[in-house]
Write a protein that binds this ligand. Structure first.
Ligand code: ARG
Length: 274
């Protein structure tokens, strides 16, 4: 009888052990789940929303190709996202100070920037082009030599202009945003604007009354790729890269691209860079 009692007690004991072990591992799993849910926070993505069609303000909201793509990529990675306009120069300050998770702003991947920041793999192929008035004598990059040229400060457009006019040329007029340079072109303050092809092409298309045209010079200006800009060493870079790749592979990228540009993207060229 006594033996039976001890046996029952032992059984009860081991049973509670097993159950409590079960409980605790279940609790642990739940906790991990909610922890990882918490860590899937809202990403703060910064941009300079004066670069249509990539990012611009419409009814107080940041919209554009970059915005739609970032939303799709963040969703794929399991994050909420908030895209915030801070302006071009402040982007780099925000990322350097790790106050934003990354920047999406038609930012060209180059060696200079790679020294201070990390980039995710390319998501867009671009090149600088020249915007002039119809009837302008400017026909090539070299023709800019003695002309006044507007660029956005600290962009590859500025470097492109410098490669022709010289690094310290006073004829390079630097603006905080390209629309200011275009205004200057229209009023005759400068002879040309150098900026990313899609931006100037879109401007001409949407403003036929301005009588401006775009000049391409593949020899003067090289191909560039846009990438998302991260604080150096950010763990998020790899995660976003995986999500971007998925969004490209599953057709979402093509859908967004077509919505904004009306044509198919050159996925082969893009993937060759991944
Ligand atoms: N692609 C050029 C660069 O990275 C210009 C980008 C300007 N972007 C903008 N949102 N204003 O230098």
């Amino acid at each position: 009888m006594k033996k039976k009692f001890i046996f029952m007690l032992a059984l009860l004991f081991s049973l509670t052990m097993v159950l409590s072990a079960c409980g605790s591992s279940e609790e642990k799993a739940n906790k991990e789940k909610s922890d990882s849910k918490d860590s899937k926070k809202t990403l703060r993505v910064v941009t300079a929303a004066e670069y249509a069609p990539f990012e611009y303000m419409e009814n107080g909201k940041v919209v554009g190709f970059d915005v739609d793509l970032v939303k799709a990529v963040a969703k794929e990675a399991g994050y909420e996202v908030k895209v915030e306009h801070v302006g071009w120069d402040p982007i780099f300050v925000e990322i350097e100070g790790k106050r934003a998770d990354f920047a999406a702003s038609a930012i060209t991947i180059n060696d200079d920037r790679k020294q201070s920041y990390d980039f995710a793999t390319p998501y867009f192929l671009s090149t600088n082009k020249i915007l002039v008035k119809e009837g302008s004598p400017i026909k090539t990059g070299a023709d800019l030599k003695d002309k006044k040229v507007a660029v956005q400060n600290a962009t590859t457009g500025q470097s492109a202009a410098e490669s022709i006019l010289g690094k310290n040329s006073e004829n390079i007029k630097k603006y905080d945003a390209i629309p200011l340079g275009i205004m200057e072109l229209k009023t005759g303050g400068v002879d040309a604007v150098v900026a990313d092809n899609t931006v100037v092409e879109e401007y001409v298309k949407n403003n036929p009354n301005d009588k401006l045209k775009v000049i391409e010079d593949e020899k003067a200006f090289e191909a560039e790729f846009y990438g998302y800009l991260f604080p150096k060493g950010s763990k998020l870079t790899a995660e976003i890269e995986v999500a971007l790749k998925a969004v490209i592979d599953n057709g979402t990228y093509t859908k967004i691209y077509k919505e904004w540009f009306g044509v198919e993207p050159d996925l082969e060229k893009l993937k060759a860079q991944q």
